[in-house]
Design a protein around this ligand. Structure first.
Ligand SMILES: *Cc1c(COP(=O)(O)O)cnc(C)c1O
Length: 436
């Protein structure tokens, strides 16, 4: 499969080039040249297949031309060492729990898949060094996704004192091939340092550098696996009656729109989802695009669903491209919703009181959008994108009681912090990397 750039000014690239580069040379996002539908027999039997087997079928359609079948199967099985179950919350609303991976958020799947795919492509070659700047969650997903993957070393740059203690321990306690660098500055300084490193000729001679950016095809496309699994689990449930499989609505709490974009690819591959809802917090640029047809990016505002605080979603270009820039066609498949912090808090509280199900602030946007947006006869699935304990203080103050911290998270918190402190000038980072 060849990949083209959404900006249209870069040569077609192989999967390997696409994964190693991340962004196309014309700064566009890579898209697969064609989307291969899965055969009807796959959907006929899907309810009795495991998550891993479903994912392997999807992965074969996406990546099968470029990776040997056994290797791809190993990558998929190794990536999905945990489940992503659906849990019924109300009569017609189900939660797709994407928080059962190592860092308790959905980005684990993409990060783990990318690490293994990169390893596959670079084996026998010299060590690759991944540089990543983080304001919190990306660092933990990438660091844990790449942990102990041979031939790859990861440097996580994060702003000193600006990430929560729970987030910090998820990438500073790992050791092995993960080095945490605490920068005496803000997130933008970390991002600037990473960019400077990629542009420094001498440094790139000295070591092989790459990014693990969320726009990487290997991080975003594997997220489509969840949606096939969700459909399978709901199809199984429907054997008991009461669910119309032709009227399933999927709601994705969205920030950079990578997750929902992968779901749209799923639909193109034949997944029978009737329609999608993109749930936003107060950062409602996409919501307004749907309403007006005009896309007006603006600086993000801070909310309690902070992983969705994005004012210019990077995957918007992919959605436009997928629909040939046709606003009407986009609106036919996707509707939007936007919620204030107050509404998010109210939803967490109401759902918890009424059903006992505890949403995190992102998932709460998804639940509410279904509650308000489902039509008669439709069944809704929302993504619970992170475990509520990742937002312990926020969620506890909303529900007024303590929540239990899963043992996986507790294990990180009892680990010993190992990090290198650096000032925010590029020379300090370069000296450190040149000495390695
Ligand atoms: C990253 C993230 C999102 C947003 O996902 P996008 O793919 O950027 O739209 C939502 N919830 C959580 C918990 C996240 O970490």
């Amino acid at each position: 499969m060849k990949y083209y750039s959404t900006n249209g000014c870069a040569p077609l690239a192989s999967l390997q080039e696409t994964v190693v580069r991340g962004l196309a040379p014309d700064k566009g996002l890579y898209m697969p040249k064609s989307i291969r539908p899965l055969p009807q027999e796959f959907f006929d039997d899907i309810q009795d297949m495991s998550f891993q087997d479903i994912a392997f079928n999807v992965a074969s359609a996406l990546f099968g031309d470029d990776i040997d079948g056994d290797a791809l199967q190993e990558i998929v099985y190794d990536t999905l060492s945990f489940d992503c179950p659906t849990v019924q919350v109300t009569d017609n609303i189900h939660s797709l729990e994407l928080f059962h991976g190592p860092t308790l958020a959905f980005k684990d799947v993409g990060a783990r898949f990318m690490a293994r795919l990169l390893q596959y492509f670079i084996h026998d070659e010299r060590q690759v060094n991944v540089l990543v700047a983080t304001s919190g969650d990306t660092g933990s997903a990438v660091a844990n996704g790449f942990l102990c993957v041979e031939g790859i070393h990861v440097y996580v740059l994060y702003p000193k004192g600006k990430v929560s203690p729970i987030q910090e321990c998820q990438f500073t306690t790992l050791g092995h091939n993960i080095t945490a660098i605490e920068v005496d500055g803000v997130f933008d300084d970390c991002q600037r340092l990473v960019k400077s490193a990629f542009m420094d000729g001498e440094l790139n001679e000295h070591m092989r550098l790459t990014s693990a950016n969320s726009i990487n095809v290997a991080r975003f496309l594997p997220q489509s696996f969840y949606y096939f699994n969700a459909y399978a689990r709901i199809k199984k449930l429907s054997e008991r009656g009461g669910i119309d499989l032709s009227r399933i609505v999927v709601c994705v709490p969205s920030g950079n729109f990578g997750n929902i974009c992968s779901a749209l690819f799923g639909k193109r591959m034949g997944l029978p989802i009737k329609r999608f809802i993109a749930a936003n917090n107060a950062n409602s640029v996409f919501y307004e695009y749907l309403k007006t047809g005009v896309y007006t990016p603006r600086p993000s505002v801070q909310t309690i669903a902070n992983a969705m605080d994005v004012g210019d979603p990077s995957n918007f270009a992919r959605i436009l491209d997928l629909y040939g820039k046709d606003h009407k066609a986009i609106c036919a498949d996707i509707s939007g919703a936007t919620y204030t912090d107050k509404q998010i808090a109210q939803t967490i509280n109401e759902v918890f009181t009424a059903t006992g199900y505890l949403c995190d602030p992102h998932g709460a946007c998804g639940f509410r959008a279904l509650q308000e947006g489902l039509c008669e006869g439709e069944t809704g699935i929302f993504c619970e994108t992170a475990h509520p304990a990742k937002f312990k203080d926020t969620v506890e103050s909303i529900i007024g009681s303590e929540i239990e911290i899963p043992s996986k998270l507790q294990a990180f918190m009892s680990g010993e912090k190992q990090s290198i402190t650096l000032p925010k000038d590029f020379k300090s980072l370069k000296d450190l990397l040149m000495s390695r």
